[in-house]
Ligand binder design. Structure first.
Ligand code: HAM
Length: 430
């Protein structure tokens, strides 16, 4: 067998037949973000390693085990971004965007984590991320939930995901809680696995996130962070919940929800599904006010989320009747020397007059029969047929390729301007 070079494990190609589904979802996502007045930001895929260590936290799975880190030719340690929050904030600080200003931003692109690949978990995956700055909330926290809620509705997957929320309080509240948690777990070390024993020293809150079923009982009996929140954190969380209640957005409070990145405070949330096996978190985020100062900025406010596009698409794929766009509307068949020349000219005319029309011109010659086969395979709705006879009569034949529309099922012969009008009427609307 030929020695083909394969893609890197956990990194996937999106093939032409899959691309329309991606584009369909991406279009909806962009429309919803536009409806809320959010602006796009694009940042590099590679950042200094230090940025992720300082923001995500040294003692997190991502930084400890999952980053693609390398030295570049200058000996600087660089990392392929494992997420977008750190880079987005870095860019805003670097360009002075945060001084007494509010921002509502989004980004879209590949992220990299060296995790064990399985269904729904990849080493390169796409995230749509949204970050807002300068707003103390909780109205902005709730606005983010409404954005996600609207995206699920528009994508037709609202009933496949459910919302879990929690509050992590302030850093001070969390450190008081952390002490009680350590005391509790130290009294139960016989029930902790090796990973949790290590986390007890480094990041005890993450023990609550364990997937080990043997630890369910010990985690179930642990103190609850919600009981350690002060008045202002409680009011923030209550305000957040009230907006969701007012608008009828259902949620569950999950007091064990702590998230795997260190930068959060107050509101955290995850949208989860039961339809994707163990990789059930489709979208997640929360508030991270403290990170701005941690990265050298002036104290302000930040809240955001990121959704895993492959997981969202896996849910959309379970639906029947997803209206993905066809890649080709019309396929131009041309047989004979005159027709070949006229065909290219007419195709260019149609593209100028009807810019929305997706028109493929047959290349490479062949009989009417073989060209018709190609036209059919292209998925086009119409064949535009040119033989030398048509050219000498100044006519263009148009034949519908898909049945269904009786009125259009017959082949018609039109002049050039009539053909332009024919396609403009069908495809010319923006
Ligand atoms: P995260 O929970 O690490 O948060 O990732 C967000 C989403 O990205 C997950 O819920 C999941 O859908 C998707 N995801 C994560 N890892 C993988 C993977 N290996 N394969 C496929 N999908 C994956 C963040 O990244 C934060 N930056 C979110 C945020 C933004 N918080 C505030 N602003």
């Amino acid at each position: 067998m030929a020695n083909h070079i394969q893609a890197i494990r956990g990194m996937h190609d999106v093939l032409p037949e899959q691309a329309p589904l991606w584009q369909y979802a991406e279009t909806i996502i962009r429309e919803v973000l536009g409806a809320y007045g959010y602006s796009e930001i694009r940042t590099p895929i590679v950042e200094k390693t230090e940025l992720f260590k300082r923001s995500i936290g040294e003692v997190t799975d991502i930084v400890e085990k999952e980053m693609y880190t390398f030295d570049d030719r200058n000996g600087d340690s660089l990392t392929l971004r494992p997420e977008g929050t750190a880079g987005c904030l870095r860019a805003c600080l670097e360009h002075g965007l945060l001084a007494n200003q509010t921002h509502r931003l989004w980004y879209y692109g590949p992220m990299y984590r060296h995790e064990r690949p399985q269904k729904g978990r990849y080493r390169q995956f796409f995230q749509l991320g949204v970050e807002t700055y300068g707003m103390a909330g909780p109205d902005i926290d709730a606005e983010l939930i409404l954005i996600m809620h609207r995206m699920w509705q528009r994508l037709g997957i609202r009933d496949k995901v459910r919302l879990e929320i929690n509050s992590l309080g302030t850093i001070a509240e969390r450190s008081a809680y952390r002490e009680s948690l350590v005391t509790y777990f130290k009294a139960h070390t016989d029930q902790l696995d090796a990973d949790s024993l290590r986390r007890l020293e480094t990041n005890p809150l993450r023990i609550l996130d364990t997937k080990n079923p043997d630890m369910k009982a010990v985690v179930g009996g642990a103190p609850v962070l919600m009981d350690y929140l002060g008045e202002s954190s409680r009011a923030h969380f209550a305000g957040f919940r009230k907006i969701l209640d007012d608008l009828g957005v259902a949620y569950e409070i999950n007091v064990r929800l702590v998230r795997g990145l260190d930068y959060y405070c107050n509101t955290v949330f995850e949208w989860v599904t039961d339809e994707l096996g163990s990789q059930g978190t489709v979208c997640a985020g929360g508030r991270y006010d403290g990170l701005i100062e941690q990265l050298g900025g002036k104290a302000s406010h930040a809240v955001g989320f990121a959704m895993g596009i492959e997981r969202v698409l896996a849910l959309v794929e379970t639906l029947t009747d997803v209206p993905v766009a066809r890649p080709v509307d019309a396929y131009l068949i041309r047989v004979g020397e005159q027709a070949e020349r006229a065909g290219i000219r007419i195709a260019e005319l149609l593209r100028s007059e009807v810019p929305q029309l997706k028109l493929q011109v047959h290349c490479g010659g062949g009989s009417f029969k073989s060209q018709f086969k190609k036209a059919d395979k292209s998925g086009a709705e119409f064949a535009i047929i040119l033989g030398d006879d048509e050219v000498s009569r100044g006519e263009i034949a148009i034949k519908p390729l898909r049945s269904g529309n009786e009125a259009e099922s017959a082949q018609s012969s039109l002049g050039e301007q009539q053909a332009v009008a024919f396609f403009r009427q069908r495809y010319g609307k923006v």
